[in-house]
Each structure stands twice: as C-alpha cells, then as structure tokens.
Unconditional design. Sequence first.
Length: 298
Amino acid sequence: MVYFGESGRNPMVKKCIRTILISMVLLVMIVPAAAAEAAAAMYPYSEQDIWCENEGQKIYGKAYIPQTGKAKLPLVIFSHELCMTHASGDGYARAIAARGAAVYAFDYCGGSEQSKSDGRTTTMSVLTEVSDLEHVLAAARQWSFVDPAQIVLLGGSQGGLVASLTASRHARELRGLILLYPAYIIPDELHRHFASLEDVPDEVNYYGWVRLGRRYAEDAWNLDAYAGVEGFKKPVLIIHGDADTAVPLSYAEEAQRRYPDARLHIIHGAGHMFQDDKTFTEARDAILAYLRSIQLLP
C-alpha cells in the first residue's frame, strides 16, 4: 500500500490524524453546545432519521425539525468533512433548529469507516459526493416539512468543496451557501504528491488516516475546484481560520474574489475545523447572522 504523505513532515498531518478521534472530541463539544442551546432555544425541535438513495446506495441522515407551527420550514443541508460523519455538524444543527430552520446532516457514501451510509472509502471521491448531495437535495425538496424555495447548503472542508460544486450546478434551487474552511486545495494536494495520474496506485493510504481508491485521484486530478462559482449569484458566507495549515486561507480568499456575492469571515488564530468553544461559537454565531440576513431565520 502506498502512503500519501509522511506523518512527520506535513503540517496537515497532525490535523488529519487528530480527526480520527473526532467522535470522542464531538462528545466533549456537542454536550455543552446542546445544553447551551436548550437553555437559549426559541423553538423545541425533534430529531428524525431519514434515508435517501443514490443509484441503489442508501444514504443515512438525521433531520432536526423545529416545532414553529409552520407547515413548511427552511432547510439547511450539512455536508461533512473527509472521513467524518453527520455528527460533525451536530452543534451547528442544534443551534439552527432551535432558531426556526430545519437541518439535515447526512453521511456520504464511503465518506468514512464510521459512515452509516453504504459504500467504501476506496470508491468515494469528490464527485461521488457531489452526486450524493444532488440526490439528497432532490429528495429534500419533496419532504412534507420543507419549503423548497428556502434551502441552503452548509459544508466543511471536503464537504465545503462538494457543496460549492453542487451549488454551482443547482443555483436556482438554493437560497444560499455557507462554506467552512472549504478544501479547494484538493487537486493541488494530489499534484504535489504525484508527478502524474499514472503514478497514482490503486489504493492510497492518506497520511495513514484513511484508505482512498484510485478513483479519488482520477476524479480530482483535472478538477477545477472553483468551477462555476462566478455563476452562483446567491449570498455566500465563507468562514476560515487564519492559522489553518491544512487548507491555507488563500484558498478561501480566492473563492471570495470569484463569487459575485461572498463575505469572508476570518477567525483569528483558528486552524482547520473549529473544535474549541471559542472558535465554534464564533463560527456558529456567524452562521446564524448570515441565515438571518437572508431571512431564513427570524
């Protein structure tokens, strides 16, 4: 098996390896966040498992549905990071649902070893995740509790890149877009590690962290990470840390320049993923303010 990267040399590695333990970290983050949201909640909300499908593969997700008295609700769809699950969006989902919009957070097919959805990490790619998100979006527009004219995508890291690409293809179906430390760097990272696509083996151990298949490289090798962003004219919020060594801030700055209507919120001192109370709270509050600004929240 070929290793993609060396754990002692690349500054991204410590961030990546650390996320293997994210499920335990999230228990530390989610419980206080949930308690705080319960105390400050405007609306009670229920949680419901909802399954979607993409060409025979089952996609697991959890919906957070506020009890506002309205028959149709705005919806935020959360798109998780590489090797993560729907659970990484739990803190944001609870905050949004408590203020009046529904949230659907789901597991990508092959998105991680812990995924409840079908698929393997060795058959997953950025483009298979775009396809998953497109099928989730199509299904969500038909749900009885969703206002199809009020849907926003929210994605982190690779899930941010996936959300960006999907939004460009489905601009008419979306009200807005939120990107957390979006991984526009992925094609550049592949080129940095391999001289040509022919050098990519059938299976790659990504920094000793997750097994990826050749399709991951094939689908991203010639990918224009910023494809179609100029055509997405809805409001966009990008949140990025200025101490991010996994995806440098410059990638978010480039996205801001290309989007017609984008605001970049920089969290000073934050790295990749907002795991501590301070950075999570700042990101959460920026998200809520954005959703209010586009009238998705009261």
